[in-house]
Design a binder for this molecule. Structure first.
Ligand code: HEM
Length: 406
């Protein structure tokens, strides 16, 4: 993202503060605690506005939708033609057609609603085991919200459970690497983590080639059109997406429900609860696109090479689409929130993470209906793009026997 900012036709961003470039200060604790207040101020300056750093920011539902659906806006990253460079290549999240189309098609087969539905009993079993193992006073991020999606994506990919500790740190660094305006130190940490992660998957892919299993990595190693570099980038993308997003859906959900004494709704109407959590406090707060040609957005000319940010967290609170948007309301009509993005990059893991969220929240509500927050304002992770509490200390208030809720 930094490369894109630097390449846009604007004053030198290196000489400006992050807040001038982005329209908000990604290092401000107050912003991390409640970004929505700042988003409201930003939208009051117009649906699409230009920051002093030359970045365009879209804050309404209509404009974010238009941006994410418009082929004139893309990533602006291409793969080297021909031979596999042996060097890191971008994952398909950061590629445009035709590379994006080709690579996404290869993995989408593993994420069809039917394939995901087949995982349901396993997701239930892991959830039951994790909840049964919780202490009365516990941190729900490390006890449930984080390990559940990690165990599920690792099993899908064929990553051995004993390796989880090795890549937790890499995954965290790569997640932070999505943020705009990173310091040089953070950028080099991200680079190192990416290399180590690729090396890990290179070894694992060699093992799976020699002794294939019934997992996605083994299946991908048998696809002849996939170069080694593309295979490694795809595995890293899936593992990081599986590590750093659904954890926030589950933790944000418990936090919003428990704050309001509404946890029982998760057992009664899990689907509506998950959709409202995704709308109200989306785990992915923003994304961006580059103008691949001179274009217009909402009637405003956007020159080729300009970066446009789609603030999903703001679009999901747009009063034109969601009445009384700052109200957390699990009974609201299911709306068209943008938590999973839109268009060609629409989240591949949406069905999977919805299922994980519904199972985790409803099981927790069934098992520990008396759950209370031990800290009503827990600290947030420092990430800007991926939003969620760093820890969520709770008191379970007793737990029902497994036979009554699992
Ligand atoms: C609540 C959990 C999740 C949220 C909120 C979320 C959100 C998103 C969003 C907003 C995008 C689009 C980004 C853009 O357009 O720039 C995206 C893409 C993607 N997500 Fe998710 N995601 C979640 C869980 C997952 C999971 C569990 C997986 C897989 C294990 C996954 C895999 C992907 C992939 C592969 C893409 C790239 C799709 C493409 O470029 O075609 N996501 N996700």
């Amino acid at each position: 993202m930094n490369d894109h900012i630097a390449s846009s036709s604007t004053p030198d961003p290196a000489a400006m503060s992050a807040a001038d470039v982005l329209g908000f200060d990604p290092f401000d604790r107050e912003f991390l605690r409640d970004p929505y207040a700042r988003y409201r101020e930003m939208s009051s300056r117009g649906a699409l506005f230009r920051t002093p750093g030359g970045l365009f920011v879209a804050t309404t539902h209509e404009l974010c939708t238009a941006l994410l659906r418009d082929p004139r806006f893309g990533r602006g990253t291409t793969l080297p033609n021909g031979e596999d460079p042996g060097q890191p290549v971008a994952s398909f999240l950061f590629l445009d057609p035709p590379d994006h189309t080709r690579l996404r098609a290869l993995v989408s087969r593993a994420f069809t609603p039917r394939m995901v539905e087949r995982l349901r009993p396993r997701v239930r079993a892991i959830t039951t085991e994790l909840i049964a193992g919780l202490e009365e006073e516990t941190d729900l991020v490390s006890g449930l919200a984080y390990p559940l999606p990690v165990m599920v994506i690792s099993e899908m990919l064929g990553v051995p459970p004993e390796d989880h500790v090795r890549f937790r740190d890499w995954s965290e660094k790569l997640a932070r690497g999505l943020d705009p305006m990173l310091t040089a130190d953070l950028q080099s940490e991200t680079g190192r983590a990416r290399t180590e992660f690729r090396d890990y998957f290179r070894e694992l892919a060699a093992l799976r080639r020699a002794r294939p299993g019934d997992d996605l990595l083994s299946a991908l190693t048998r696809v002849p059109e996939l170069t080694e570099s593309e295979l490694l980038a795809t595995c890293v993308l899936l593992l990081v997406a599986g590590h750093e997003t659904t954890v926030n859906l589950i933790a944000n959900g418990v936090l919003q429900l428990a704050r309001r004494g509404l946890l029982r709704h998760a057992a009664e109407r899990p689907k509506e609860v998950v959709e409202e959590v995704l709308r109200y406090d989306p785990p992915v707060q923003l994304t961006s696109r580059l103008a691949l040609e001179d274009a217009t957005l909402g009637g405003v000319p956007v020159p080729k090479g300009t970066l446009v940010m789609a603030v999903i967290g703001a679009a999901n609170r747009d009063p034109a689409v969601f009445p009384d948007p700052d109200r957390f309301d699990v009974t609201r009509e299911p709306g068209r929130h943008l938590a999973f993005g839109l268009g060609i990059h629409f989240c591949l893991g949406a069905t999977l993470s919805r299922m994980e969220g519904e199972i985790a929240l409803s099981a927790l509500a069934g098992a520990a209906p008396g759950l209370e927050l031990a800290d009503a304002a827990p600290p947030y992770k420092e990430n800007v793009v991926l939003r969620g509490p760093a820890a969520l200390p709770v008191r379970l208030g007793g737990r029902k026997p497994v036979s009554e809720w699992a």
